[in-house]
Design a protein around this ligand. Structure first.
Ligand SMILES: *Cc1c(COP(=O)(O)O)cnc(C)c1O
Length: 372
């Protein structure tokens, strides 16, 4: 699905030197690379505060911990997402309330979100799934009306530009009160291990989250709140500094792969290609088709037999996970989420794809469809 080895070969001299330099200085934790990366990411995103942490799941957890919520408070989130988004809500004793997505963007449906608000609702976690931004302007309007906090799960959309109706723009992850991302190796901005970050323009929240990520410590060995231990290490920060400079180029490469796929698949009956909503740039963390009247699982197996990787993101939506049984969420009716879950398939997309690979993937999909 990704080719991190070829990507590495192109930046190898810089990366190798950066890693060695961290080792030689032996500043493995909280070294200068971490604060430099933090500043460079703040500039790139045009956001006041970036708080690096250990992974994207921790980022979401720390963000929710900073909001001062109480057990049983409700957090609205899509069910059609990676489990981390929803898991941290339950982990903190909060109640995940799963709502429907939009059939074209795969992101939270603002009308469904509005209908799910109760007196216990305290926060919303929209997810910019596959690299397509959620309808943040509508979401923020609803949040402001009801005094709700918005934590963007930006793990799949870092670098995406969101355009407001008035023509101004902002990077995804900097629109809500807090944004979270992951630097898992296969993400659009990935390191060579685990990593994550939190973004906010709110001074007060930034201070709280920094404290929470560092054992709730206000000054050395004085701990004011219960926190956790979540750090980005210096080697990963050094790698990320190099890859951040490449990010816009990486996004352009992904978008051009998507153009090629769009051209080919939009002509095939039964296939819906990803929407590119006019209010944001799709950064194509995934290239995900919807198949209607085509045997999705059959295609998935056929591709595997012909050495073409494909993935189902995700085979079980959150509200049907056993993990959430105690919330009775399986009784929630999310017809579109279930419908999409049975019909989506993601094809390989990365920064190093060659024309012949693309042609082979397209031809193999077409072969399956014409022969069945
Ligand atoms: C990857 C991902 C996460 C979690 O990130 P980790 O770094 O693996 O903890 C959370 N949400 C979404 C949507 C993701 O894709």
């Amino acid at each position: 699905m990704v080719d991190l080895m070829t990507q590495y070969q192109k930046i190898k001299p810089e990366v190798d030197e950066a890693i060695l330099s961290v080792i030689e200085k032996a500043q493995f934790i909280n070294g200068p690379e971490v604060s430099l990366f933090q500043k460079e990411l703040e500039d790139y995103l045009n956001v006041k505060h970036v708080i690096p942490c250990a992974n994207g799941t921790d980022a979401l957890q720390i963000a929710l911990m900073s909001l001062g919520l109480k057990p049983g408070d409700e957090v609205i989130t899509p069910s059609f997402t990676y489990i981390a988004t929803t898991e941290v809500i339950a982990l903190l004793g909060l109640k995940p309330v799963f709502v429907e997505v939009e059939g074209d963007t795969f992101c939270i449906n603002p009308d469904a979100l509005r209908s799910a608000i109760t007196s216990k609702t305290k926060a919303i976690v929209p997810v910019h799934l596959y690299g397509q931004a959620a309808n943040m302007e509508a979401i923020m309007e609803i949040a402001n009306e009801h005094g709700l906090a918005v934590v963007e799960d930006n793990a799949q959309a870092i670098g995406s530009d969101y355009k407001y109706k008035n023509g101004s723009s902002a990077k995804t992850g900097t629109i809500g009160h807090i944004g979270c991302t992951s630097f898992f190796p296969s993400k659009n901005l990935g390191c060579y291990g685990d990593g994550g970050a939190i973004f906010t323009n709110n001074e007060d929240l930034a201070g709280k989250m920094r404290m929470i990520a560092n054992h709730g410590q206000s000054k050395r060995y004085y701990h004011d709140v219960v926190g956790c231990n979540s750090r980005l290490d210096s080697i990963q920060a050094a790698i990320l500094r190099i890859k951040l400079r490449e990010l816009d180029g990486y996004i352009a490469a992904r978008r051009s792969v998507a153009d090629h796929y769009d051209n080919f698949f939009s002509k095939i009956e039964g296939i819906t290609v990803p929407v590119r909503d006019k209010y944001s740039t799709h950064v194509f963390h995934q290239y995900t088709l919807i198949l209607d009247g085509i045997n999705r699982d059959g295609l998935h197996h056929y591709l595997a037999e012909h050495d073409v990787p494909s993935m189902i993101y995700y085979p079980v939506p959150a509200h049907r996970q056993k993990m959430f049984e105690t919330f009775g969420s399986a009784d929630t009716v999310l017809e579109l989420t279930d419908w999409l879950t049975e019909r989506v398939i993601s094809l390989p997309i990365h920064t190093e794809m060659e024309q012949d690979q693309l042609d082979h993937i397209c031809a193999t999909v077409k072969n399956f469809i014409t022969n069945k």
